[in-house]
Design a protein. Structure first.
Length: 217
């Protein structure tokens, strides 16, 4: 039995349905905020265990509230080689967590930030840490060998290789099964499959697969 905690990293992107994000949290989660993500955490109703960043996106009232709550701050200069989110994830990884859940990192007006957030899943996979980027409609994970995807029948599941190819791809629980096929980088072959059960299984012999579940509306 493991006593590892899950770490939830809150980025500074927009959060829509705050109730949804509250429902994701469980007692014992360790909350790390990437700079302005601290305001998002407070809006959800949770007190960060740590704030990491350069403070350039922290409003004065948020800083005051963090000080009142005695929240520790790991400070970095504004001119740095990593984003606030990557720095927060670096610290999260040092805690040897059971899993890292990342919220507030999808959507928004800066598509390059969204892309960078997705790429950071590779950094965590290299460290052997399961991680998920989530918002109200999406769960994004990066897998190397196998992954279970849970949802409802009709939800979309897309598979995108982040390596030149992913070979020996098998799926179970999806409308269009793959049986040992090869998926290639930049191909849409794995786009918009569908769950036919409440869980699907994806395995691959080689390569990295980005797995995106989208809730069907």
């Amino acid at each position: 039995m493991t006593n590892k905690k899950r770490v939830v990293v809150v980025a500074n992107g927009s959060l829509g349905d705050l109730g949804y994000y509250r429902s994701l949290l469980v007692p014992g989660d360790h909350i790390i905020c990437a700079d302005g993500g601290a305001a998002r955490a407070l809006a959800i109703g949770v007190v960060p265990d740590l704030v990491v960043g350069d403070a350039d996106s922290l409003a004065p009232e948020t800083r005051f509230e963090l000080g009142r709550l005695a929240v520790p701050f790991l400070s970095f200069p504004a001119e740095k080689d990593k984003s606030d989110l990557e720095l927060a994830l670096d610290h999260a990884a040092e805690l040897n967590p059971a899993e890292i859940l990342i919220i507030g990192a999808l959507g928004g007006s800066r598509i390059e930030h969204t892309f960078a957030s997705i790429c950071l899943l590779a950094v965590l996979l290299q460290k052997g840490i399961p991680a998920c980027l989530a918002d109200e409609r999406h769960e994004i994970r990066l897998m190397e060998k196998e992954l279970s995807v849970r949802g409802s029948a009709g939800d979309y599941v897309s598979l995108f290789p982040l390596t030149p190819s992913a070979t020996g791809v098998h799926t179970a629980g999806l409308k269009y099964p793959l049986r040992g096929e090869t998926l290639y980088f930049a191909s849409t072959r794995g786009l918009s499959n569908e769950l036919v059960e409440t869980a699907a299984r994806v395995t691959a012999a080689t390569g990295l697969l980005l797995v995106i579940k989208t809730v069907k509306t």
